[in-house]
Design a protein around this ligand. Sequence first.
Ligand code: HOZ
Length: 429
Amino acid sequence: MNKINKSIELFKEAKLHMPGGVNSPVRAFKNIDGNPIFFKKAKGAYVFDADNNKYIDYIGSWGPMIMGHSHPEIIKAISKQLELGTSYGAPTSIESSTAILIKECMPSIKKIRMVNSGTEATMSAVRLARGFTKRNKIIKFDGCYHGHVDSLLIKAGSGVTTFGLPDSPGIPKELAKQTLSCEFNNKEDFLKVFNKIKNDLAAVIVEPIAGNMGFIPADKSFLQLLRKKTSENKSLLIFDEVMSGFRVSLGGAQEIYKIKPDLTTLGKVIGGGLPVGAFGGRKEIMDFLAPNGPVYQAGTLSGNPLAMAAGSKLIKLLIKNNPYKALEAKASYLLDGMQQLFLEHNIPLSINQRGGMFGFFFSENLPKNLNDVIKTNDKQFKKFLNKCIANGIYFAPSKFEAGFISTKHTKVEINHTISIIKQILEKGL
Ligand code: HOZ
C-alpha cells in the first residue's frame, strides 16, 4: 500500500484555496471517498506523486497522452516553440499546418477553428448551429457530457452524474428548455422528441463513442438514424469527438462508423497535452463564423503556438505510427485478464474497448445507456478503485469516466496491473 502523506497535506492546503481543493470536480476523489493523489511528474506509462510513489496511469490526462507522458519529440517541439515566444494573439503558420493535419485525418472537416478547451468548442458549435439554421432547439443524450456549457449541462455525464447534479443551478430555465435530452442508443425516444420539435431543431449533438458515462460506443443504426433525420430536417448533426477524436482511430469515431457529421468538436489529443479545443465541419457552415459571417466567436489564446506545436507533433506521430490496432489489442489484453480474474471470484464484470479507450463495469451485461451505468455496482467499484490506486494502479476515480491506454503501456505494465488486481481480489473486495 502506498503512503500518501504529502498528498493528504497538499489536499488540506488546496481546500483552503479552491472549492473542493481542485480545479475540476472529478479529480477530488469525493465520489470514491478517497484523497486525490497530487502528482509531480510523469513519464511514459507512469505518473509519480508528491510522496514519490509510482503509478501505472490509465487516465493519461483523460486522453492526450496516447503516446505516453513526456514524449521526447513532443517536449522538443514545445521547447523549440518556447524559445520563439509563448503567445502572440496573432496568426502563425503552425495553425494552418495543424488544421491541414486534422483535415487529412477527418475529411468531414473542411474548415476548422481552434479554441482553448472542449467546452469552448461545443459551446461555439452550438451557437454556430443555431445561427446557421436560425433555429433554437438542441437534442442531446443522457450521459453524454459536452463540457460545462449552459445549453448542454442537461442530464450530462462525467462529473455532473458522478456528483448527482443532472441539472446544474445557474442555468436559466428559459435556456434549459431549449435543450432536450433523450436516452442514448434509444431510437424511439429520439424519434418521439425529434418529431415534436423538429421545426425549431438547430442541432443534434452526440458523443458517438461516449466516454463520460464510462465507455459506451453508440449502436451504428442509432447514429445512422440521427444522420438521416437531421439531414432530412436540415438540422445539423454535431459529433462531439473531444474524447474519441484521435483516440479510437486516426479519423475518430466518424471513421469507424463511416458517418459524416456536419460539425465535429475536438480537444485533448490535438493539443498534445496543452490546453486546446477545436470545432470544424462543412465549409458553408464554418464560413458563417466571424469575420466571414455573422456568428461571433473569438479568443486571445486560440491557436496558441505552444498548443499547436505540441498538438501537430502528436498528430504527426499518430499518422506515422498508426498505433490504434496495437492499442486496442493492449486494452483487450488488460480487460480480458481482468474479466477472467473477476469470473474466478464470481464478481460480474463487463468490458469494452476501441483503439486506446476502454471501460469496465461492475455488471453482468454491458451498459447501453446512462441508466444501465447508474445501476452497476457502486460499492464494488469504490472498493476496487481505492485498492487499485493504493497499489499503484491509477484508474479513473468514477464509474462515469473512461479508461485510456498508451503506446508506452507494455506487457510489463499490463501484467503487473493484472497481478495487483489478482491480489486485491484474493484478499476480497
Ligand atoms: N470531466 C473530465 C473527464 N471527462 C475530467 C476533467 C479533470 O478532472 O481533469
